[in-house]
Write a protein that binds this ligand. Structure first.
Ligand code: UT7
Length: 328
């Protein structure tokens, strides 16, 4: 008989950090290309401005910067990280995984390192995996990164996407704990809706000399997210064994301010629950949106160490993941 893996009794988030690219792009810089207006964008999405990366702010560079902040916050040295997970859909090379390059640039001691593709839900998938790896004995401390440079694959002339998508990185260090700090994940997929958010086949795009732009049928995604995701959030609360009244913070994927509000309403979250609204100044940064929103709530003092937070994210696939976590 071989030995069974043994891990920590529980896992929790020990620290979070983010990187916000330096170029601030107000709505006024976008509206002419898509025959839109500042007012339309604010009313329909809640976005006032977003960040787009410059040439130096690569997926790797932003990941490293966010990770350094998360490690500082967690008071964990890079030597103690034995697994690095990067969630992204805008690292423009299929292989090698950017996670291995990020780990190397951070000076990590040869950790497991790989990328995952779960679009805007990638960070929440990574947190679920980290929790299971730590409890299962595959890793002691895991660095989970959500990062995007969506400006590379967003068509500036596309009315449905140009004003919404943006760039950035967020990271979390997940480690062992004596008490439960990451609740059971509720996750799933609806591949029958795959065509609602997608990039084309890259070989075909290349042959046609076209950029593989990201396309989105916004309205059906909006309706799906506003209704179906409230049930997913409710289930994550139930599985964590808490009620909405006991929840401190709600940190949904920053897809659209109206979706954030609709979810809070459908889930009947009491007014005492603090709600992340990072989208107003960051746009929709896909895999980076939840950790960036979380970082802001902690930095601005809206969220306190020990608070419970419901994370929920959804996107291309369509895929989704939600869990309740205890904040570092
Ligand atoms: O992050 C991954 C998951 N993604 C999401 O969750 C995004 C979900 N979707 C959304 O956030 C929203 O669907 C959008 C913000 C993208 C669009 O808002 P909407 O309320 O669904 O607008 P719509 O597409 O239904 O369009 C409404 C109207 C249309 O005009 P008519 O037919 O009512 O005359 C559009 O032609 O707004 C028009 N329109 C625009 N007007 C000005 C569409 N795009 C624009 C625009 N500027 N950019």
């Amino acid at each position: 008989m071989i030995s069974a893996p043994t891990g920590a009794p529980h896992a929790r988030i020990l620290g979070v950090g983010g990187y916000r690219p330096s170029r601030v792009i107000p709505n006024s810089e976008i509206v002419d290309l898509i025959d839109s207006s500042d007012e339309w964008i604010r009313t329909r999405s809640g976005i006032v401005e977003r960040r787009w990366a410059n040439d130096e702010e690569t997926v790797q560079m932003m990941s490293v910067a966010a990770s350094r902040k998360a490690l500082d916050h967690a008071k964990i040295s890079i030597d103690e990280i034995d697994c690095v997970i990067v969630a992204t859909v805008s690292h423009m090379r299929q292989t090698p995984a950017v996670a291995a390059l990020v780990a190397d640039e951070l000076g990590a001691d040869h950790p497991a390192a790989f990328d995952i593709s779960a679009a805007c839900a990638g960070f929440c998938h990574g947190i679920a995996m980290a929790s299971d790896f730590i409890r299962g004995g595959s890793a002691r401390n895991v660095l989970v990164i959500g990062v995007e440079r969506l400006s590379d694959i967003t068509n500036p002339h596309d009315r449905g996407t140009a004003f919404i998508f943006a760039d950035g990185a967020g990271a979390a260090v997940v480690g062992p704990s004596d008490e439960p700090g990451i609740g059971p994940v509720v996750w799933g997929s609806s591949g029958d809706k795959a065509e609602l958010i997608q990039t084309p086949d890259w070989f075909e795009a290349n042959e046609a000399k076209e950029t593989p732009w990201l396309t989105m049928e916004g309205n059906p995604v909006f309706r799906w997210a506003s209704f179906a995701m409230a049930k997913v959030g409710q289930e994550a609360l139930e599985k964590a064994g808490i009620t909405a009244d006991e929840l401190d913070c709600f940190v949904p994927h920053q897809a659209n301010m109206r979706i954030v509000d609709a979810l809070a309403r459908s889930m009947k979250l009491p007014e005492t629950v603090k709600i992340a609204r990072d989208i107003a100044t960051m746009g929709n940064t896909s895999a980076a949106s939840v950790p960036l929103a979380l970082e802001r709530m902690i930095e601005e003092g809206q969220a306190q160490s020990g608070d419970t937070a419901l994370l929920i994210a959804f996107g291309a696939g369509l895929v989704y993941a939600a869990q309740v976590v205890v904040l570092p």
